[in-house]
Write a new protein. Structure first.
Length: 205
């Protein structure tokens, strides 16, 4: 008799564990927009982001192809959640109208501070210990409600407290991103091991 070890299921999302980001862009009137996102991966200094088609963020990067990607620590999850159901669009899309509301100043709504960037127009988030400035290289449509945005990083900014001393390396034992897993927020917990190619394995306890 075969033992059933797995169930065939169809979950509503497949966010098995992805980093939470706050994406900074610039609105048509020059004001900043800030939006949470969690579809992200990186290849070298190229970022691949999934952005909703009906959001102000995607509109902004199409017209002004620059953005910042800011990674909040788990302690900031409430700030992320404070703007999770908001949109920078004055004309709230019908599909979002039941849950979303327009907010012009997302930074204020989240209780966060805009910080001037060095290479792009959108601001960074001062409270985030790890921040990326990037320019959009390509947008790929045709993915249902989303588009894939590829962006080349222009600069990386890190709080000195998360950098291995005397290096350009983030020490993952000093830095903890917020992980979004099936609509819940988590930290990454304790270390279980590391790759032999780790840049920081011998740099601390």
């Amino acid at each position: 008799m075969t033992t059933v070890r797995h169930l065939d299921i169809r979950p509503s999302v497949l966010y098995v564990g992805t980093p939470v980001m706050l994406i900074g862009t610039v609105n048509p009137d020059g004001t900043p927009n800030l939006a949470p996102a969690s579809s992200y991966w990186a290849l070298g200094w190229m970022l691949v982001l999934g952005l909703e088609n009906d959001g102000q963020t995607q509109r902004n990067v199409r017209e002004r192809p620059e953005l910042t990607v800011n990674f909040p620590s788990p302690a900031l999850w409430n700030a992320v959640e404070a703007i999770a159901d908001t949109t920078g669009r004055v004309d709230v899309p019908p599909a979002k109208a039941a849950r979303y509301r327009h907010v012009a100043d997302k930074f204020a709504a989240a209780g966060l501070t805009p910080q001037a960037s060095q290479h792009v127009a959108p601001p960074r988030v001062e409270e985030c210990a790890l921040q990326l400035e990037a320019r959009v290289a390509r947008i790929t449509d045709g993915l249902g409600d989303y588009a894939i945005v590829e962006a080349e990083v222009q600069a990386v900014h890190a709080d000195p407290r998360i950098v291995a001393p005397g290096t350009d390396h983030i020490d993952p034992r000093l830095w903890e991103p917020t992980i979004y897993s099936f609509r819940h927020y988590f930290g990454i917990g304790g270390e279980h091991g590391h790759r032999p190619t780790s840049d920081t394995a011998g740099a601390g306890a």
